[in-house]
Design a protein around this ligand. Structure first.
Ligand SMILES: Cc1cc2nc3c(=O)[nH]c(=O)nc-3n(C[C@H](O)[C@H](O)[C@H](O)COP(=O)(O)OP(=O)(O)OC[C@H]3O[C@@H](n4cnc5c(N)ncnc54)[C@H](O)[C@@H]3O)c2cc1C
Length: 355
């Protein structure tokens, strides 16, 4: 059976990251889980390069920069694994599918990928739901091992030396093409194509111009057509797409790997079955503790609702702070609940690894 930790935070968006930091300051250990392959939630999935102007003390930063800073701030509480160097309590690529109360108190959390963890308190920082990539509605694609949605995490991808088609015409697809074309030869496909339904993109002009240059240089070829059918081999891999052209003709396009980059959409999914009271698909919470209708289950950030709720980063950070204090009081009722300042407290300096 997995050991019982203090807290599990579901969602590694900006609020989930700050939740881990606040719990750490109070001496509570947390495990952090997200379905995405990287932390940052909406900031990274929806607007990584767009500016944010209303984070206190930060006149301007992009979604990606804010995420980087939140990760750096939470680093004392996301210790690296000795082998991989990655935080051992940050579980990315895991969709939380089950939450159940334990008879001895606390909760059991299981992911669709097989991770099981137990904790005395839960923090639901699930935003608008788990981000899942939009895909092509063609049979067999979901299970095909050569169909991808995310860029590789540093290890050589399966498409090295093969023909990779990137599908999409927005920022995500164009950025992926630029990134893949720019990787070193050991990570590059032998042939790189961009597939879009027409010869016009809906992307940032700078990305559009960069991809047009790659096409003109012959580093990328543009395939125009609307995928209408998938050809799946007996082994379950995708071998070709049938593409409907503007001339009404269908052509078969063979490929080795397909990377679908058509954006993300959030899905609440199993969260609605976990037993917390919901109001219009948001978790109803107390505005002083951010506890839900279940004991020691707190909901913070965009996922919660209470009178006056605003879906802003600043509000989520405030909620995470008060929820951490409420959980600390509930989990350690006999411990003194003094408010300590990071500026002056030796205890907080010790927890931050500064001493
Ligand atoms: C275009 C845009 C611009 C914005 N600009 C601003 C701005 O300028 N200022 C501002 O204050 N706010 C802004 N916001 C709002 C801000 O981004 C959100 O308030 C903030 O991201 C909420 O953070 P969160 O951590 O609560 O949720 P999210 O950022 O949505 O993160 C939730 C995370 O939980 C994960 N998750 C959910 N369910 C599960 C599950 N079952 N298993 C595993 N993982 C799960 C998701 O994959 C996701 O990564 C903007 C939003 C958008 C879309």
């Amino acid at each position: 059976m997995s050991p019982c930790t203090d807290a599990i935070v579901i969602g590694a968006g900006p609020v989930g990251l700050f939740q881990v930091f606040q719990l750490g300051l109070l001496g509570l250990k947390a495990e952090l889980i997200d379905v995405l392959p990287e932390a940052g939630g909406q900031c990274v999935a929806l607007y990584p390069e767009k500016p944010i102007y209303d984070v206190p003390g930060v006149p301007v930063c992009t979604g990606r920069e804010l995420t980087r800073q939140l990760l750096a701030q939470a680093a004392p509480f996301l210790p690296p694994d000795a082998d991989t160097g990655r935080p051992c309590n940050l579980h990315l690529g895991h969709l939380v599918s089950e939450v159940s109360a334990l008879p001895e108190g606390g909760y059991r959390v299981a992911t669709a990928q097989g991770l099981v963890r137990r904790a005395r308190a839960l923090f639901i920082a699930a935003g608008a739901g788990a981000f899942v990539p939009k895909t092509l509605a063609l049979p067999g694609l979901d299970a095909a091992p050569n169909v991808h949605h995310h860029l590789p995490d540093g290890t050589p991808p399966g498409w090295v030396g093969r023909h990779l088609i990137v599908s999409g015409g927005g920022d995500e697809a164009l950025q992926a093409v630029i990134d893949i074309a720019g990787t070193n030869a050991s990570h590059r496909p032998a042939r790189l194509s961009l597939l879009h339904r027409r010869d016009q993109f809906q992307a940032d002009p700078a990305l559009d111009a960069a991809v047009r240059t790659l096409i003109a240089q012959g580093q990328v070829d543009l395939i125009v057509g609307m995928p209408s059918a998938s050809q799946i081999s007996p082994q379950g891999t995708l071998s070709a797409l049938d593409l409907l052209g503007a001339d009404g003709q269908t052509r078969t396009q063979p490929l080795d790997h397909l990377l679908i980059r058509q954006g993300m959409s959030p899905k609440l999914g199993a969260l609605t079955q976990w037993g917390m009271a919901l109001e219009r698909k948001q978790v109803a919470v107390s505005p002083s503790t951010f506890e839900s209708s279940l004991p020691q289950v707190y909901a913070v950030g965009d996922i919660n609702t209470y009178p006056g709720k605003k879906r802003l980063l600043l509000c989520g950070f405030h909620e995470a702070t008060l929820a951490a204090h409420a959980a600390a009081a509930a989990l350690r009722p006999d411990a003194p609940q003094h408010l300590l300042y990071t500026t002056t407290s030796p205890l907080l300096h010790e927890r931050l690894g500064l001493l």
